[in-house]
Design a protein around this ligand. Sequence first.
Ligand code: MN
Length: 261
Amino acid sequence: MTDLDRRTMLTTGALALAGAAAHAAPAQPAPKPIFPVPVTTIPIVGESEVFQVRRIYCIGRNYAAHAIERGSDPTREPPFFFQKPTDAIQNVAIGTVADHPYPSLTKNYHHEVELVAALKSGGANIAPENALDHVYGYALGLDMTRRDLQNGMAAEKKPWEIGKSFDHAAVLGPIHPADKTGHFTKGAISLAVNGTVRQSSDLKNMIWSVAEQIAKLSEAFELKAGDIIYSGTPENVGPVVKGDVLLCKLDGLPDMSIRIV
Ligand code: MN
């Protein structure tokens, strides 16, 4: 190395340091959004604070009998996932019957009652034995589905998006902290339409438990606080029409009800 090289290096290094110092200027407040967008939150039972939602994950075909009715093999093949947009959440308060709009484009609008887990933390490649440490609480949910559009897209090997990820498609009761309810590994889950039970099963029939769902999801996505997971629906999904009243039940949580309008 010549003296010239050495001088050049020193000068360049000094300039780089000066540049770094310039960039280390006091942090400016984050720029204000030109069009502010509301964040999605879910009420928490017994808390004045709310749960801010980051992402909505859904598990497909997680009860053997439902896997069969949807035409797939109910053996323990790996779970599969899809997402709904965060702002698709419709919060339903305990003791109310919330109006739920019948969506556009469909003539075969289906109910899917599901246990929902809400995460307070996350990570990648979470071990199943540690997975429940990341659960903040649980809620009762409906993965509403434009079945005709879902099936039509599936038949053409296209994404399900339009069948699953539309406005109001993620119906949800409030979150119950797990430190009060415990974790849900078994218990009756059901859905009635106009007083007639349509879906009835037990959480113990899930092919993949909530802990296993978190572990498997975290192999594909880094999970974080604010993520919620719809854990799949039991068999006997079916259509609803305007005027129908849906009543969802899960052992250990208050009922959740909507009216299709
Ligand atoms: Mn579902």
